[in-house]
Design a protein around this ligand. Structure first.
Ligand code: URP
Ligand code: ZN
Ligand code: ZN
Length: 458
């Protein structure tokens, strides 16, 4: 198959060229030739590598159901939105071995998911028995782990336990992802609010103050410098946090990665004051911040001080959040969606406004996340030998963009947002999975992807 006539968007800039696909891979990238019978006509369109979202929660079991309407719905939204690969999280239950949690997650995803996926492994127990599993997991393609400084009494690690985890991950050649909010500070703020009877969803951000994120970011950067553990700070919500990360990066103590999520760039804390339902939809941690903060994050993503744009896709139907809200805002499951909207909305507010070049846009959405997640030899770029994960994107459509994914989007922070640009066609490993903006088949063709970090390749 040849895709001819389009503009290839690469991290080095736009190129007028054609792509040939054979056996599920890109076999050639060549200067433009005239169209022949059977070629895919990409005239006037942008040809992108399939998006790589390094942070999703597609099917996390909860007492009230499953996050994000499950693997099938979430991965359908991903493909329709031009994302062909995600890295999700396996979360062990109390006392459960890490490897058993990975198996449980694979049993849920394999045969159900429509896009390719890898798994991070959450670690909330730093006993020697659990930490001893880490080298084995790294060696089978699970080199990234997540630890929490937030969620006291549930997921939170003390600084001492975080340090132990960092030493173990470093020793095994892995990368540690950290949720950097200070769980103690949040718990104190939450208690003050609840004691005053302030239990509605609009109070959620007051229990997650900016100082809490700044304190945790500073703390975990110091631990990374002490242990030498490669560190990614996930869902950075404050420009100030990204500044701290870059100061530490300049000091060169450890390998540091900064991830920003769509909702912290593009939505703001006015939603908490926009009524009960809007506030519920916006409950996520860290919370949405003031508008001008999002502007700072845009600048840092555009110039490389932040590395990549993820979603932390963890959407719940409004009814699920509303039911839980009866117990006060702390009982509401945390998370927003975004996997279906990431390309189109970041194009609309990032590229179409001139904040970011198309090259940097695709770097943040595909090329850089693939490299940082240990998929840089097969995903995230239009390179011969790579998987033929390809998106045809219309930057100037003459028709209206439709909301993506499952129809029940009540409570989505993205509902009704104006968008420019349309994902028209998507191929996953050479198979067309989206055509004209519609899913071609419901067949779950996604594969589990073992990953190998760059630092382990030599
Ligand atoms: O609100 C969020 N972020 N929910 C998902 C879990 C996490 O902490 O990433
Ligand atoms: Zn988190
Ligand atoms: Zn998350």
């Amino acid at each position: 198959m040849n895709i001819r006539g389009g503009t290839l968007i690469t991290r080095d800039g736009p190129v007028e060229g054609d792509i040939t696909v054979a056996d599920g891979r890109i076999s050639a990238v060549e200067p433009r030739k005239p169209l022949s019978d059977g070629d895919v006509d990409a005239t006037g369109l942008w040809v992108l590598p399939g998006g790589v979202d390094p942070h999703t929660h597609f099917g996390m079991p909860l007492s009230g159901g499953i996050s994000s309407l499950g693997w099938r719905n979430s991965s359908t939204a991903a493909l329709l939105g031009g994302t062909t690969t995600v890295v999700d999280f396996a979360n062990p239950a109390v006392g459960e071995p890490l490897g058993a949690a990975v198996q449980r997650w694979r049993d849920m995803a394999d045969g159900t998911i429509l896009c390719d996926y890898g798994l991070h492994v959450t670690v909330t127990d730093t006993s020697p028995e659990r930490l001893a599993e880490i080298p084995g997991l790294v060696s089978v393609g699970l080199p990234t782990f997540k630890g929490f400084l937030a969620y006291k009494g549930r997921l939170m690690l003390s600084a001492a336990h975080m340090k132990t985890l960092m030493a173990a991950v470093r020793e095994a050649g892995g990368l540690l992802l950290v949720h950097a909010e200070d769980g103690e500070m949040n718990a104190v703020a939450e208690k003050v609010l609840l004691d005053l009877g302030r239990i509605g969803p609009s109070y959620h951000p007051d229990a997650h103050p900016a100082e809490s994120e700044e304190k945790a970011v500073a703390e975990v950067l110091a631990l990374a410098a002490e242990t030498g553990c490669p560190l990614e700070i996930v869902h950075i919500s404050l420009a100030r946090s990204a500044e701290l990360l870059n100061t530490a990066r300049a000091a060169g103590h450890a390998s540091l990665v900064g991830e920003v999520c769509l909702h912290h760039l593009m939505a703001d804390d006015s939603l908490y004051q926009a009524g009960h339902e809007a506030a519920l939809g916006a409950i996520c941690s860290p919370p949405l911040r003031p508008r001008e903060n999002g502007d700072g994050l845009w600048d840092m993503l555009a110039d490389g001080r932040l590395d990549m744009l993820a979603t932390d896709h963890c959407e719940f139907p409004l009814a699920v959040k509303a039911r839980a809200a009866g117990g006060g805002f702390p009982a509401v499951p945390n998370g927003c969606g975004g996997v279906g909207e990431r390309l189109v909305l970041s194009y609309t507010q990032g590229v179409a406004t001139g904040r970011m070049t198309p090259a940097r846009w695709i770097d943040t959405l595909a090329t850089r996340p693939a490299e940082l997640m240990g998929l840089g030899d097969r995903k995230g770029a239009l390179t011969p030998g790579f998987d033929a994960d390809i998106v045809l994107f219309d930057p100037e459509p003459s028709y209206r963009w439709e909301p993506l994914g499952p129809s029940d989007r009540a409570g989505s922070i993205w509902a009704g947002l104006p968008a420019r640009g349309v994902v028209k066609d998507v191929w996953l490993r050479g198979t067309r999975v989206v055509q004209g903006g519609r899913l071609v088949s419901n067949t779950p063709g996604g594969c589990f992807l073992p990953r190998l970090l760059n630092s382990r390749k030599d």
